[in-house]
Ligand binder design. Structure first.
Ligand SMILES: Nc1nc2c(ncn2[C@@H]2O[C@H](COP(=O)(O)OP(=O)(O)O)[C@@H](O)[C@H]2O)c(=O)[nH]1
Ligand SMILES: [Mg+2]
Length: 376
C-alpha cells in the first residue's frame, strides 16, 4: 500500500511524452468531490514545470456548473432537460438516457482523444454525480471498456473522508469500491478526499490492520443492542473486514484535499505506478479475453454458416425456380442511414452554438422498438 504522506517525485512531462497518456476515470458517491477533484487536478497539472494540461471529458449531463473547462462536454451533445421531456423521464432516467445517447457516439470521442494522444499526458473523465448511473449501467461499462482498451486506464475512487469515519459507513464504501474493482478489473486508487476537514489516517490504519478496525467497531456506540450484546451488523462487519483485508492488498490509497491541493503529487505517483500495473496485468488479461471471445465467435459463425448453406441447398432442391428469382437487387437498398446528425465537439478546437442530439428524431422511431441496453 502506498504511503499516504509520500510526495514521491512525479516523472516530468517530457519524460512521459513518448508514452501514451493515462486515462483517469473518477468515480465516487454524489458529493464526494469528483468534479472539484478534477478541477484541482487540472490546476495542479497546469502549474507543473513544464505545464501538462490534461484532456478532460465531462460525462455528467445534469450538472449546471463545472468548475473546470472540459475539452469534451456531454452537455454539448445531449440536452438533458430535453431528453427528460421527450422520453417522459425523471432526473435519473434522464441522466441515464442522456449517457446512453452519448455512448452511441463514443467512437467519435475516442477518435478525438486519440488525436491528442501525442500531446497530452492525462485524459480525465468526470462521471455523473450519482455513482450507480455510471457503475451499474451498460453505457458506463461500454465507456470504461472502450477507454481501457485504448489507453492505460486507472480508476480514481473518490471518497468523502469526513463522512466515512463511522465503521459501518467506511465498510459499505469499501464494499462498493470492491465491487467496482472486480467489475472493471482496472488499476484502482482510493482517493480519500477532503483531508483539509478530516485526516484519512484512520482509514489507513483500518486498512493496514483489521484488528484496529474491529477495535473501532467495538467502541462504536451503534454496534451494541439495548442489552449490551453486539448487534448482527457488528458481527457481520467483524467477519467482513477479514474478507476485505485481501482486497486492500490490491489497491493504493492516497489522501488529498481538492480545496487546498494537498496530496496531488502523491496521487500522480500512484497513477504512474498504476500505468505499470495496467501494462503488466490488465493488458495480458484483455488479450486473453479477446482471444477467447474471438475463438467462440468464430465457432458460432462457422456453425451458423454451415447451417445456412445446408438450408439453402435443401431449399434449392425443393424449388429451383424460386432460387433463380432470388437475386439481390441493389436498387431496393434502404438508404435510411441517419447516423450523421450527432456530432461530438472538441471545445478546444471549435466553439460556437452547441449541437444537440435531435431527440425528436429518435422519438419518431420509437415504434421501431428501440431498446436501450439495460445493466446486467
Ligand atoms: N472541504 C472540502 N470540500 C470539498 C473538497 N472537495 C469537494 N468539496 C466540496 O464537496 C461538495 C461536492 O463536490 P463536487 O465536486 O460537486 O462533488 P461530485 O458530486 O462528486 O462531483 C462541494 O461543495 C465541494 O466544494 C475538499 O477537498 N475539501
Ligand atoms: Mg460532479
Amino acid at each position: 500500500m502506498e504511503d499516504p504522506h509520500s510526495q514521491n517525485a512525479v516523472p516530468s512531462t517530457s519524460a512521459t511524452k513518448d508514452k501514451k497518456p493515462v486515462a483517469i476515470i473518477t468515480i465516487g458517491m454524489a458529493g464526494a468531490g469528483k468534479s472539484t477533484f478534477v478541477e484541482r487536478l487540472n490546476a495542479h497539472l497546469h502549474s507543473k514545470e513544464p505545464p501538462s494540461p490534461p484532456y478532460i471529458l465531462n460525462l455528467d449531463p445534469a450538472v449546471t456548473y463545472v468548475p473546470y473547462e472540459p475539452n469534451i462536454d456531454i452537455r454539448d451533445t445531449v440536452n438533458y432537460q430535453e431528453v427528460m421531456k421527450q422520453y417522459n423521464l425523471g432526473p435519473n432516467g434522464g441522466i441515464l438516457t442522456s449517457l446512453n445517447l452519448f455512448t452511441t457516439k463514443f467512437d467519435q470521442v475516442l477518435n478525438l482523444v486519440e488525436q491528442r494522444a501525442d500531446s497530452v499526458d492525462y485524459v480525465i473523465l468526470d462521471t455523473p454525480g450519482q455513482i450507480e448511473i455510471f457503475t451499474w449501467s451498460a453505457s458506463g461499462a461500454i465507456i470504461t471498456d472502450a477507454i481501457a482498451s485504448t489507453l492505460p486506464t486507472v480508476v480514481a475512487y473518490v471518497i468523502d473522508t469526513p463522512r466515512t469515519t463511522a465503521p459501518a459507513t467506511f465498510m459499505s464504501n469499501m464494499l462498493y469500491a470492491c465491487s467496482i474493482l472486480y467489475k472493471t478489473k482496472l488499476p484502482f486508487i482510493l482517493v480519500f478526499n477532503k483531508t483539509d476537514v478530516q485526516s484519512h489516517q484512520f482509514a489507513v490504519d483500518w486498512m493496514a490492520d483489521f484488528e484496529e478496525f474491529q477495535a473501532a467497531l467495538a467502541t462504536d456506540k451503534g454496534s451494541r443492542d439495548s442489552e449490551g450484546e453486539p448487534t448482527f451488523m457488528n458481527s457481520l462487519m467483524n467477519s467482513m473486514c477479514l474478507v476485505l483485508d485481501e482486497f486492500y492488498k490490491n489497491l493504493t490509497a492516497v489522501g488529498v484535499s481538492s480545496v487546498t491541493g494537498d496530496g496531488f503529487d502523491g496521487f500522480l505517483a500512484a497513477v504512474e505506478a498504476s500505468r505499470k500495473e495496467y501494462e503488466n496485468e490488465y493488458i495480458p488479461e484483455l488479450k486473453r479475453a479477446q482471444a477467447k471471445r474471438e475463438k467462440t465467435l468464430q465457432q458460432a459463425k462457422d456453425e451458423n454458416m454451415s447451417r445456412v448453406l445446408k438450408d439453402r441447398a435443401i431449399d434449392r432442391e425443393k424449388n429451383p425456380a424460386g432460387a433463380l428469382a432470388d437475386r439481390w437487387n441493389p436498387d431496393e437498398e434502404d438508404e435510411d442511414d441517419d447516423d450523421g446528425d450527432i456530432n461530438i465537439i472538441d471545445r478546444s478546437e471549435e466553439r460556437g452554438p452547441a449541437e444537440y442530439i435531435d431527440v425528436t428524431r429518435a422519438r419518431r422511431r420509437e415504434t421501431e422498438e428501440i431498446n436501450w441496453p439495460r445493466p446486467g
